[in-house]
Write a protein that binds this ligand. Structure first.
Ligand code: SF4
Length: 160
């Protein structure tokens, strides 16, 4: 991607969204009570690790919601509650949330059986491969909260 980000027309975005659609369909039979505790990284002890590719999608979605108001929405590094979680406990970038958010379930998950971990890992590898092809200089996953502390656009422009 040259200087200006034209992410909506980028074939990599279409491919990423196709993988997201596959993983969402795979996990559609599974559900939870929606406590949103999984969006509080102090509770889970872990957090999503989006690739640079996924951070572009996060950046795009962040713009669509008018940006992150850092005064109103405390960064995860301060509170450990994801900065994208709204006051009424909804993900403000739900359609663009990273792969890790789509595939994380706590022990209260309800479904037809064990989670299909092998299929999830295969899809995760496809995201990684796509990130490596799209952002060869720096495709690596990084903690979502730390990414939000940086200028996402800078990270992305440096990586391609
Ligand atoms: S991006 Fe959305 S789904 Fe993922 S941790 Fe943050 S609020 Fe939760």
């Amino acid at each position: 991607m040259p200087k200006e980000l034209r992410w909506t027309d980028d074939p990599a975005r279409a491919e990423l969204r196709a993988i997201y659609a596959e993983v969402d369909a795979l996990l559609a039979p599974y559900s939870c009570e929606g406590s949103t505790e999984c969006c509080d990284f102090a509770i889970t002890g872990r957090e999503p690790m989006p690739t640079t590719l996924e951070l572009v999608e996060v950046l795009h979605a962040t713009k669509a919601i008018g940006g992150l108001n850092k005064k109103r929405l405390p960064l995860a590094s301060d509170s450990r509650r994801c900065a994208f979680l709204s006051g009424d406990n909804r993900c403000r970038i739900y359609a663009s949330r990273p792969f890790g958010c789509r595939t994380y379930f706590c022990h209260r998950v309800v479904g037809p059986g064990k989670l299909p971990r092998a299929e999830i890992q295969a899809l995760s590898r496809r995201v990684t491969a796509l990130a490596e092809r799209t952002f060869p200089r720096d495709p690596m996953p990084r903690p979502l909260s730390r990414s939000l502390d940086q200028d996402l656009r800078e990270v992305i422009l440096r990586s391609r």
